[in-house]
Design a protein around this ligand. Structure first.
Ligand SMILES: Nc1ncnc2c1ncn2[C@@H]1O[C@H](COP(=O)(O)OP(=O)(O)OP(=O)(O)O)[C@@H](O)[C@H]1O
Ligand SMILES: Cc1ncc(CO)c(N)n1
Length: 266
């Protein structure tokens, strides 16, 4: 059984963060583990508040796992401050962690800041250099690369810029650009384009968390980077196609669509 870890924030409504990650791990039939960095009070309408765990306790959770269990891949999500980013980078370096997937979460869909502005430079300097792949959306890529992204050429330039910060691979997600959602992967040599079909749905809570978790699962399952992204893109497409409404706002996607015999299964 492959073992995959998420280091991220908790979403009380279960659509994003740690909860989305663990559901994605289960849907890939890998063993899921978690290090919680922050607890958010959140629902489909937005984030009410976030409470960070002390950095010592985040470090302790990482230690508990790596001193006992051989981790096949790790996905990193919400890290809200410079000191938390430094703590996680130091611990993962110490334990020689492999297959590190970084989703540089900055702002929730509803606009709540999940990362302090001044911590973006720490993310770039301390965490990107140890990552196997980083998966920013358009806004996150723009902020890190210092490039206004309006079209696919801008996406390619941003990929190159972020690659220069030291990540092995950069995947910029095109969900927020007009037209069909195209994600662009850059490995320092070649660009690979992953085209999806845009689904018109208001229920897209946790798409970014889910995609990065699926990539971590597929890397743990020994797929190459290109195949891991391809399979994860197929997974997110199916999960969004089968998204559903709960609450009054942005509802969740269906992590378990492949397991349902028909659409009305509960
Ligand atoms: N409406 C859509 N239809 C199909 N695919 C989509 C749609 N929206 C996003 N995607 C895909 O979902 C994945 C996540 O992309 P997105 O740009 O939404 O990430 P994100 O902004 O980080 O998500 P989040 O808001 O959860 O943090 C990408 O592979 C993207 O192409
Ligand atoms: C805890 C958490 N992590 C990530 C996201 C993605 O936006 C979110 N909404 N909440």
């Amino acid at each position: 059984m492959k073992k995959v870890l998420t280091i991220a924030g908790s979403d009380s409504s279960g659509g994003a963060g740690i909860q989305a990650d663990i559901k994605t791990f289960s849907a890939h039939l890998v063993y899921g583990m978690s290090v919680i960095t922050s607890v958010t009070a959140q629902n489909t309408k937005g984030v009410l508040a976030a409470f960070d765990l002390p950095k010592e306790f985040i470090e302790m959770q990482i230690r508990a796992i790596y001193e006992d269990i051989d981790v096949d891949a790790v996905k990193i999500g919400m890290l809200s401050s410079s000191e938390i980013i430094k703590t996680v980078a130091k611990a993962l370096t110490y334990y020689n962690a492999k297959n590190i997937v970084l989703d540089p979460v900055m702002v929730s869909k509803s606009g709540f800041k999940l990362l302090k502005d001044e911590a973006i430079s720490t993310l770039v300097e301390d965490l990107i250099p140890i990552c196997t792949i980083i998966t920013p959306n358009i806004d996150e890529a723009s902020l890190m690369a210092g490039i206004k992204i309006k079209n696919i050429e801008d996406v390619e330039r941003a990929c190159q810029r972020i690659y220069e910060f030291g990540a092995e691979n950069v995947l910029i997600k095109g969900g927020h650009l007009d037209g069909e959602p195209i994600d662009v992967l850059y490995d320092g040599k070649d660009f690979t384009y992953f085209k999806g079909k845009r689904i018109i749905s208001k229920n897209t809570h946790g798409t970014g968390c889910t995609l990065s978790s699926a990539i971590a699962c597929n890397l743990a399952l020994s797929y190459s980077i290109v195949d891991a992204v391809k399979r994860s893109k197929e997974y997110i497409q199916g999960a969004i196609e089968n998204s559903f409404s709960i609450g009054y706002g942005v509802g969740p996607i269906d992590h378990f669509f492949r397991f349902r015999l028909n659409k009305n299964d509960e």
